[in-house]
Design a protein around this ligand. Structure first.
Ligand SMILES: NC(=O)c1ccc[n+]([C@@H]2O[C@H](COP(=O)([O-])OP(=O)(O)OC[C@H]3O[C@@H](n4cnc5c(N)ncnc54)[C@H](OP(=O)(O)O)[C@@H]3O)[C@@H](O)[C@H]2O)c1
Length: 263
């Protein structure tokens, strides 16, 4: 299926590794030019050049922290300036630290809000005028299955990511007339380096092996395995496509059946 993305431009935040990188790879595979960002310049540059070589596409790479709102907005403008258009915006960042309510003070809460909510608001605010001008756009927020099923020990993530869902639902209505869709991807356990590190940490705490910890997680997932980042990438590519123009305001869980609710 031709997704109608060839020659279009995507800004993908938090994209040097993990899910963001997988989304970038999938969009590049559809012939899109990309603007990528992350904090670590060396890893980001390496990712950008690998994607350019593999997919024969153009990649702008800017090392920045998405909680630096000025830098984030400048990055979106740079992407538009370089490529002359901005069609798809994928908001993403690392997750906030794990812990329970007693572990965090107000500064921790503010940092989580900035990292997993305001960073997206900022990028969207910068990108929407270009999409409106073009009369077409796709906004995709990478969040978590925790918006459907809060996860134990991740109170910051559970609380803050729900704000993204409220934002997207409202924004989807406000931007529909401009042919801009807004959707959320809500992954369950997906095999990224971050998740493997988490398994190592939990294993050390429990006196188990990382493989045992991962097997424990897999036993809670009906399909019996972790997700692959490329599966998140494929969903993002479809949501970005011409064909997905009738899907907006949705939070799509991609978790192998981990979330057991019916809505
Ligand atoms: N993997 C899963 O199973 C899973 C499931 C549900 C939700 N999620 C959520 O999905 C997001 C991505 O997860 P992941 O597993 O792909 O994480 P990851 O492997 O740690 O990758 C995060 C990416 O974002 C970049 N990044 C992190 N903080 C940033 C910041 N402040 N500014 C700019 N870039 C930043 C990282 O590069 P730098 O560190 O160099 O900045 C990296 O490229 C996280 O919010 C995570 O909580 C993941």
């Amino acid at each position: 299926m031709d997704l109608g993305l060839t020659g279009k431009v995507a800004v993908v935040a938090g994209s040097s590794r993990g899910l963001g990188r997988a989304v970038a790879e999938a969009l590049a595979g559809e012939g899109m030019n990309l603007a990528l960002c992350a904090r670590d310049k060396v890893v980001l540059e390496q990712t950008a050049r690998e994607i350019e070589t593999r997919h024969k596409t153009n990649v702008l790479a800017e090392s920045l922290d998405v909680t630096d709102f000025e830098a984030g907005a400048k990055f979106v403008h740079q992407a538009h300036q370089k490529f002359g258009r901005l069609d798809v915006l994928v908001t993403n960042a690392g997750g906030p630290p794990g812990g329970t309510f007693d572990d965090f003070d107000l500064d921790d809460w503010q940092r989580a809000v900035d990292l997993n909510f305001m960073s997206g608001v900022n990028l969207i605010q910068a990108g929407v005028p270009f999409m409106r001008q073009a009369g077409w756009g796709r906004i995709i927020n990478l969040t978590s299955v925790s918006v459907k099923r809060p996860l134990a020990g991740l109170i910051l993530s559970n609380a803050v990511r729900s704000a993204v869902i409220g934002l997207a639902k409202s924004l989807a209505n406000e931007l529909a007339a401009d042919k801009i869709t807004v959707n959320n991807i809500c992954p369950g356990y997906t095999r990224t380096a971050r998740v493997e590190q988490l398994a190592e940490k939990v294993a050390a705490d429990k006196g188990a092996s990382p493989a045992e910890v991962i097997a424990g997680w897999e036993s809670t997932i009906p399909v019996g395995r972790l997700g692959e980042p490329s599966e998140i990438g494929a969903l993002a590519a479809f949501l970005a496509s011409e064909q997905a123009g009738f899907i907006t305001g949705q939070s799509i869980v991609i978790d192998g059946g981990f979330y057991r609710g019916i809505a």
